[in-house]
Design a protein around this ligand. Sequence first.
Ligand code: CTP
Length: 140
Amino acid sequence: MKKYKVGYTAGVFDLFHVGHLNLLERCKEMCDVLIVGVCDDNYVTEIKKKTPVIPEQDRLRILNALKCVDRAELVDWEITNDKMLALERFGFDVLFSGDDWKGTERYNKTEAQFAPLGVSIEYLPYTQGVSTTDIKNKMK
Ligand code: CTP
């Protein structure tokens, strides 16, 4: 039996790579149902100030095709920034995030909001040596 029933994680997942796969497989090991929020193109251009190489509908298809993902949906900047809105929409009992977020103001706040609701946050290790930014730089 797995530790959690419904898990949620979110990201851009542009130029899908093995770091993304490692993260999603670890998430799925810990929950029965894994829901993935795929940040829309508007979030990537307006908030991250990057241009997605793979458009949102294609990124969404790739995520939905993975064995370790039960459901992927596009999410806008509001849901990406405010995890309480993500919780309202998806009704998970655990949020998975990269361990680089642990101890940040945003996640300390989210932990405080989630605790009375019985919702957990699990921080998972980032795979070193691969990222979308690295891939883009190598191709330049
Ligand atoms: N991730 C990871 N290991 C990597 C790259 C990403 O665990 N090497 C995780 C991130 O922590 C996040 C999710 O995958 O939870 C989606 O990350 P995303 O920002 O889309 O990918 P990056 O490759 O980090 O993109 P960028 O270089 O543009 O920041």
